[in-house]
Design a protein around this ligand. Structure first.
Ligand code: AMP
Ligand code: MG
Length: 356
């Protein structure tokens, strides 16, 4: 039993962190080896500041993966807050402009999330994120005076958006959008949608540890997605068994710097413009909606455990979550009881009927 568990962990670890080479092994149980090779296509890409892996199975897998790769590159430019060739970059430089389909969709989803999360998720935080050096990696602690100047520019109510014409306009100079908290989830969701056109029944995309899977593995079993321990990248927190889901994690460990013994990470509390410090080390969201999963991983991290619990209790039909607190607790929502396995630590279950 112990051996099986160990093997299982290794397999899942491969998926989330280095791709999914094990698939061939699993798949050979039900398909001849050469047939699987013919059906399989994969690509490794560096885009959106991260390493990505795409794997698909099907008669048109080669074409599908090629199209996905091009789409990732197109979205990378389109959504980059700084690129002069990109739409969001131009909107930021000009204080507004016309949004094409992807940008309009992301803006509308982001605005909805801002409202649903009481402002925990705010794509207009970008000027503050820039001030901390999280964009150019020249890390610095902005003075309170600087934050006081920048925070008014993050007021999303000062963005005019015309739903019919998809026209966006900033009302203050210096306002900027940054879709960094939601773009990867949108990208993986979009790839999965594109794969429909190529009749791909089994696929996996891993965007820097954010995973979305289509269908099951081709041997008919669920995909195993490893969740890392936020305190130690060598360790796994556990493994999720999923099909047709995005599994997206936010954690301070993903980008941070240290100054005078204090860690400053990249997920900011919108009200203060400072790194969120509400007792969570990482938040994993499991949802069929990749865009939502990404937006919520960032949002629930900002909310902290109690608010995150309450938020889930009101929205349990849309997602499940794993919260890791800075005092070592692992909390999973009840929909994950049968799908999440962890080796050592005790798991607390957040249930729907609890009243807070
Ligand atoms: P994620 O890894 O999905 O949690 O996204 C983190 C990224 O989202 C950061 O690197 C910032 O670019 C951006 N971000 C930070 N704080 C917030 C926030 N409160 N709301 C929206 N985006 C944020
Ligand atoms: Mg996110």
């Amino acid at each position: 039993m112990k051996m099986r568990l160990l093997l299982y962990f290794c397999i899942a670890g491969i998926i989330a962190f280095t791709g999914c080479n094990h698939i061939q092994k699993d798949a050979t149980q039900s398909y001849p080896h050469n047939q699987i090779e013919d059906m399989k296509a994969e690509a490794d890409i560096f885009a959106m500041d991260t390493y990505m892996k795409i794997v698909a199975y099907g008669a048109e897998a080669e074409l599908a993966v090629k199209a996905a790769k091009q789409e990732v590159q197109r979205l990378d430019t389109l959504l980059s807050p700084e690129s002069a060739q990109g739409e969001v970059g131009q909107i930021n430089a000009n204080g507004g402009g016309k949004c094409s389909r992807d940008t309009a969709y992301l803006w509308e989803r982001s605005l909805q999330l801002y409202k649903d999360t009481d402002g925990a998720f705010n794509v207009m935080l970008y000027p503050v994120i820039e001030a901390w050096g999280f964009i150019n990696k020249e890390y610095t602690i902005p003075s309170q005076e600087m934050l006081n100047q920048l925070l008014p520019l993050t007021d999303i109510t000062k963005v005019a958006y015309n739903n019919a014409g998809k026209q966006i306009q900033f009302m203050e100079d210096g306002m900027k959008i940054g879709f960094g908290g939601i773009a990867k989830g949108y990208t993986s969701a979009k790839i999965m949608d594109m794969f429909e056109d190529y009749d791909i029944k089994s696929a996996m995309v891993n965007l820097g540890g954010n995973v979305q899977v289509k269908g099951k593995k081709i041997d008919g079993t669920d995909w195993g997605v490893a969740i890392r321990d936020p305190e130690n990248e060598e360790n796994l927190l556990g493994v999720l068994q999923v099909a047709d889901k995005a599994v997206i994690t936010s954690g301070g460990y993903e980008r941070y710097f240290e100054k005078d013994g204090t860690i400053y990470h990249h997920i900011l509390e919108p009200s203060t413009g400072k790194p969120a410090n509400n007792g969570l080390l990482s938040v994993t969201i499991v949802s069929a909606d990749g865009t939502l999963a990404d937006g919520l991983s960032t949002s629930l991290f900002v909310m902290g455990k109690e608010k995150a619990k309450q938020y889930w209790q009101k929205n349990a039909d849309k997602f499940q979550t794993i919260l890791v607190t800075n005092d070592g607790e692992i909390c999973i929502t009840e929909g994950l009881i049968d799908t999440f396995t962890s080796q050592e630590k005790e798991i607390q279950v957040i249930r729907q009927e609890q009243q807070y």
